[in-house]
Ligand binder design. Sequence first.
Ligand code: GLY
Length: 376
Amino acid sequence: MSMWKQAIEDAVQKTRANIEKYGDLFPHVSNDGKYLLNDNDDWTDGFWSGILWLCYEYSGDPVFKQAAEKTVASFRKRMDGKVAIDHHDIGFLYSLSSKAQWIIERDEAAKQLTLEAADWLMTRWREKGQYIQAWGPTGDPQNGGRIIIDCMMNLPLLYWAYEQTGNEKYRDVAVIHADKSRRFLVRGDDSSYHTFYFDPETGESIRGGTHQGYQDGSTWTRGQAWGVYGFALSYHYTKNPLYLETSKRMARYFLERLPEDDVVYWDFNVPVNDKTERDSSASAITAAGLIELLSHLSADDPDRAFLEDGLQRSLKGLVNGYATIGKPDAEGFLEHGSYHVRGNNAPDDYMIWGDYYYLEALVRLEKGIKGYWYER
Ligand code: GLY
């Protein structure tokens, strides 16, 4: 059995056990090897849904389909009740739940729910400033003028809504936001700010900053990972070569800084000693993003060999050093992810998005099953 197949089989087995354990709740992050469970009210809840859909596509076992459909019903309720959806992470939530169901089953109700989600994401668009506001209400003194790099992974919902409806407003907003992210979040040396502030009245740029990184001018590794994958997806939808170039350059920055075991620390600028936390989820996102990026490069692209080597190193590093393969009672797939190290919020354990991207990368390599960021 190949190394990838063994890792997938292990993850599928764990998911089977977790369905029983979690019931109607959603896993989020952990501190002590047990996922914290919540109702469907956090930004992370789509990842559990996505894991269930990937397990279903990989195995064909209806137990995963039933569990995944149940999560979509929960996302329907969440939309109806407008429960904790006043932020930009609608793309993460609904791409991996209802959009996945649409892609796999061509379920019309799931498609309609996903379009509603896209409309809801559009309410985060700030006309005066010309950006999608990440967090908080309009006019919020802290966050009213703030964008974050993670949003690059929410844009596919808008591009997809344009494809489905022909309404250009979705694509136009996504493109303006992607251009702004490229210009202000990605720095001249291909590193990235986690967040950037604008004047909400005029759209004038103010400064870069961070929320979860080490410091304002540092490069939070997960932010860099969101950029690698997010710009590759913007390229998929628009074919704008600048997005492909940006994804490539951000990937090179990431891969040139891999530590000995090929799994990154939580920030590229944090002083490293034997206690410094890793973020295995950043390496998992980058691995999945590299597969997407490579799918757009020609066979003789000068960067192909370097990126392919980086993909192999990242995924092997995760499977060999961080995966819970051979620990049948473990809930998560990947140890040593970090949510918010400086905030001491789940600084070193399982992260449900790390598990999702790890499995997405593995099943795409092993069986050609893609994630749910665009139509197949
Ligand atoms: N998108 C939030 C995070 O990566 O922690």
